[in-house]
Design a protein around this ligand. Structure first.
Ligand code: SAM
Length: 283
């Protein structure tokens, strides 16, 4: 792809600012402009909202988001070495890029995006990516502050997010994501596209909020899925015993077979189970 802006090429930015990748920060930089632009386009219409990006690094995806017309990008980066490179992008797009130095796990995403409509787009650091996703999809207020999540994960994590009942990848993450969101994997990205290349293939996941998820207490759903998938080979009547002595009755009340295993239960089934448990064991 031809240049998307007149800033220096990313390899040059990395060399100029000495941004040798640190494994401890999950740094695998995406330098392919076709791919950064494809991710930015996948995030939807960016012109009337703030894009929250986690881990801009040298700014490849940041530049693609801005070139795609994002009204504003708020980018949270933990590695202070990246800040001078990001400041150059800020200068190039006056008033459209705000960089916040810090750990995304400690920063309130609503406060930093100023109450605007938000789309979240990121090539997530692998070590905190799943936790960030869980934070965004388990916030109490629903529909949430974000309109969409366009996120890169290790493919195996992407498959767990998008997993359907009956599949090996189906588990707590799939139930949680499927309960509150719609969407799935858009495309894979080969390790070769990154500098340095990671050991595994990555996948870009796109999720939008399910406007009216089945009514359910989040904590109860988390407890029930943790117990059920914690012993996924066991039948529900055994795996849920630790939660309640009357597990078998509650499983029946939820309209499920006590002999079923966790991976056979769809999202509506887990919601029914969580509601049955919550009615006798509220938090
Ligand atoms: N967005 C860049 C790209 O696509 O090339 C870099 C992606 S790299 C996989 C992950 C980035 O997240 C790195 O820049 C890393 O320094 C940053 N990072 C790691 N942990 C972080 C955290 N807890 N909070 C914010 N940024 C973090």
């Amino acid at each position: 792809m031809a240049q998307i802006d007149t800033l220096p090429p990313l390899r040059e930015v990395i060399a100029t600012h000495g941004l040798n990748a640190k494994k401890s920060l999950g740094q695998n930089f995406l330098l392919d402009l076709n791919l950064t632009s494809r991710i930015a386009r996948s995030a939807g219409n960016l012109e009337d909202c703030t894009v929250l990006e986690i881990g801009p690094g040298p700014g490849g995806l940041t530049r693609a988001l801005l070139a795609a017309g994002a009204k504003k990008v708020v980018a949270i980066e933990k590695d202070t070495r990246c800040l001078p490179a990001l400041a150059e992008i800020s200068d190039h797009y006056p008033g459209r890029l705000e960089v916040i130095e810090g750990d995304a796990l400690d920063i309130d995403p609503v406060a930093v995006t100023g109450g605007d409509k938000v789309r979240i787009a990121a090539n997530l650091p692998y070590n905190v990516g799943t936790q960030l996703l869980i934070n965004w999809i388990t916030i109490p207020q629903w529909p949430p502050f974000w309109l969409s999540l366009t996120l890169m994960f290790q493919k195996e994590v992407g498959e767990r997010i998008a997993a359907q009942p009956g599949s090996k990848a189906y588990g707590r993450l799939g139930v949680l994501a499927g309960w509150r969101c719609k969407g799935g994997i858009l495309f894979d990205i080969s390790p070769k596209a990154f500098t340095p290349p990671p050991k595994v293939t990555s996948a870009v996941v796109h999720l939008t909020p399910n406007a009216s998820p089945l009514p359910c207490d989040l904590k109860a759903l988390e407890r029930v899925t943790a117990a059920a998938f914690g012993q996924r080979r066991k039948m529900l009547r055994a795996s849920l015993k630790s939660l309640s002595p009357d597990a078998e009755t509650l499983i029946c009340e939820a309209g499920l077979k006590p002999t079923a295993r966790a991976e056979e239960i769809d999202i509506a089934g887990f919601v029914a189970l969580a509601n049955a448990f919550n009615s006798v064991h509220p938090d």
